[in-house]
Design a protein around this ligand. Structure first.
Ligand SMILES: C[S@@+](CC[C@H](N)C(=O)[O-])C[C@H]1O[C@@H](n2cnc3c(N)ncnc32)[C@H](O)[C@@H]1O
Length: 222
């Protein structure tokens, strides 16, 4: 991507997801953005889905699980980039959760998901998902202004089986510039103290999105 296109994409992102944007506005933005999303964010400019898939694959393999059998919930699934990466690595059982109908309509065309759940992930129990349903939860790009709130980390844990994995990939700078995310790592640490999960990995990786650094977290539910 040339410098001008990169700048335009970043400016568009900043404009759309301004400070204080609320979840319903975020959903509307993505509904409107769904047709252009894959053009702006492709595997060349946005490595988050690959990073998330690589991290999940690595821990699934270390756990000795069968990639074709385990159930994975892709939170903030968008148009399906993460599940495409997972499918390429042998995963077969992915569900997509996203509040945006437009993004999910695109995701449906990928042929990589079993089920589609059109909901926001919030601190409250997600309608239709029982406790301990999934072997893993994965999210790339789901964290951001007005996106997944810190309190929803507990919901990720609720839907994962004991011993299951939670993988989160996000822009590193969001820790400092996203409303409420000053509490993100303190919340993660508090959940560790409460023995809800243990952190297996926290990596800062270059080139997550438009050459911005990424953060990849991996947790295992206790
Ligand atoms: C930047 S896109 C990432 C999409 C996809 N995971 C990817 O990597 O291309 C963020 C997605 O998160 C979704 N989202 C925003 N808030 C959310 C929430 N509270 N719970 C779940 N998904 C949310 C948006 O609708 C959007 O599709």
């Amino acid at each position: 991507m040339d410098a001008k296109t990169k700048e335009a994409a970043l400016a568009n992102n900043a404009r759309q997801f301004r400070k204080g944007i609320v979840p319903d506005e975020v959903r509307e933005c993505y509904d409107n953005y769904a047709g252009r999303y894959d053009k702006d964010l492709n595997p060349e400019s946005y490595l988050g889905p690959k990073m998330a898939a690589e991290a999940l694959t690595s821990y699934v393999e270390r756990s000795g699980w069968s990639k074709g059998k385990i159930r994975v919930l892709d939170v903030g699934a968008g148009t399906g980039f993460v599940a495409i990466q997972l499918a390429n690595r042998g995963f077969k059982r992915m569900d997509a959760l996203d509040p945006s109908e437009g993004m999910l309509e695109k995701a449906k065309t990928r042929g990589v998901y079993e089920n589609f759940i059109q909901e926001f992930l919030t601190p409250d129990p997600t309608p239709g998902i029982a406790n301990d349903t999934y072997d893993a939860v994965v999210s790339s790009g789901g964290m951001g202004e007005g996106h997944i709130p810190c309190g929803a980390l507990r919901e990720m844990v609720r839907v994962v089986k004991p011993g299951g994995l939670v993988v989160i990939a996000m822009r590193e700078e969001y820790l400092r510039c996203t409303s409420g995310y000053e509490n993100l790592e303190p919340t993660m640490a508090a959940m560790e103290n409460e023995e809800l999960w243990e952190r297996l990995e926290r990596s800062v990786l270059p080139g997550y999105c438009y050459h911005k650094d990424g953060l990849v977290y991996v947790f295992r539910k206790k």
